[in-house]
Design a protein around this ligand. Structure first.
Ligand SMILES: Nc1ncnc2c1ncn2[C@@H]1O[C@H](COP(=O)(O)OP(=O)(O)O)[C@@H](O)[C@H]1O
Ligand SMILES: [Mg+2]
Length: 328
């Protein structure tokens, strides 16, 4: 299962994602954390000092990732594989485990948390790079991720409603907007559900930095009761922690705990419809091909001739059969 934290810049996405990752890591065998923000701060916000492993940025190695996921597929002929290309039965897939080949190669690890980072702009990107291009590796990653109900994948995303424009918009089973009690912060959530009404039933709100009943009333007025997962106060403990008082982090975590319990139970109640996911991916791929990718690659139709026998259920069954053979 996958969850993303979204919202306006400064609302508390990274703080909340990091808190939720720590909350989960204290209760479950493994958490895959993904920093999908161009301003990569998730690692710092986790406040763990023992991260080990490669400092890889998915934005930099996107071509290697796509090449890896391509596996033995023959249906592409010489057509390029891109971030929205749906998998084939001969693709390679990713599983949510610290020793999955792709995760092991690109993630940093601390205890039972593995962290993948998309990465920031480089000097060579200035003026020329679009962040969506950096996200192609992550898109392909998600579309080849065979995660089950007990797998926990948490993403901290870019500010604003930007991910609506990519195939990442439907990659998550649940979207949580972190909203401050201000009109501008709230508007980012309202804009998202108005441009993506098909995602409204998987989209929720955490009210953050709530300072008193006036703030609470403001948010309750604008966010439907069944969408509001809870309120996190404007925290003195977090401030104290940021002033150097290490022990204050636990006090802040206690302030978030009730909300995280609600996030978790709501998330667990979601069921992914793999067929719907695949249909949407195929439609999205065709749309981006017609919109610009076909032209960009010299007029070939990138979405033609792809493996129509593919289904995620079959890929998962294949994976399980392989696991059984190994354990026999
Ligand atoms: N509940 C809270 N109480 C007090 N300060 C908070 C709270 N949540 C976040 N902050 C502070 O707000 C600032 C922005 O948070 P951050 O998580 O980086 O936002 P975003 O990722 O949405 O840009 C940080 O300085 C953070 O410490
Ligand atoms: Mg952030």
């Amino acid at each position: 299962m996958r969850i993303a934290f979204l919202g306006k810049g400064g609302a508390g996405k990274t703080t909340t994602s990091a808190g939720f990752v720590r909350y989960l890591a204290g209760r479950h065998p493994f958490v895959l954390a993904i920093d999908a923000d161009v301003n990569a701060h998730l690692k710092g916000a986790l406040h763990l000092t023992d991260f080990q492993g490669p400092e890889a940025e998915l934005g930099e190695v996107k071509n290697d990732i796509i090449e890896y996921l391509k596996g033995d597929r023959l249906d592409l002929d010489d057509k390029p594989m891109v971030g929205t290309t749906p998998p084939s039965m001969k693709s390679r897939f990713v599983t949510v485990a610290p020793d999955d080949k792709l995760i092991e190669q690109y993630a940093q690890r601390s205890g039972n948390i593995s962290l993948l980072t998309v990465g920031t702009y480089k000097e060579s990107d200035v003026g020329g790079a679009c962040y969506h291009v950096k996200l192609t590796g992550l898109q392909s990653f998600f579309h080849h991720l065979l995660d089950g109900p007990n797998d926990l994948v948490v993403a901290d995303t870019t500010a604003g409603t930007d991910n609506v424009a990519t195939s990442l918009s439907f990659a998550y089973d649940m979207n949580v907007f972190v909203v401050e009690p201000t009109k501008k912060s709230l508007q980012v959530y309202l804009d998202f559900i108005s441009v993506a009404p098909h995602l409204a039933d998987r989209t929720y709100v955490i009210a953050n930095k709530v300072d008193g009943p006036g703030d609470e009333a403001f948010l309750r007025k604008h966010v439907a009761e069944d969408r509001l997962l809870g309120l996190v106060p404007q925290s003195k403990h977090l401030k104290r922690f940021e002033q150097g008082k290490k022990e204050a982090l636990n006090d802040f975590m206690a302030e978030q705990q009730q909300v995280f319990e609600k996030v978790f139970t709501t998330w667990q109640s979601k069921k992914r419809d793999w067929q719907e996911y695949l249909d949407r991916l195929r439609l999205t791929h065709t749309k981006v091909c017609r919109d610009w990718l076909d032209d960009y690659f010299g007029g070939i139709k990138l979405d033609q001739g792809l493996d129509q026998d593919f289904s995620y259920e079959r890929a998962i069954a294949g994976l399980n059969a392989k696991k059984e053979t190994v354990s026999v």
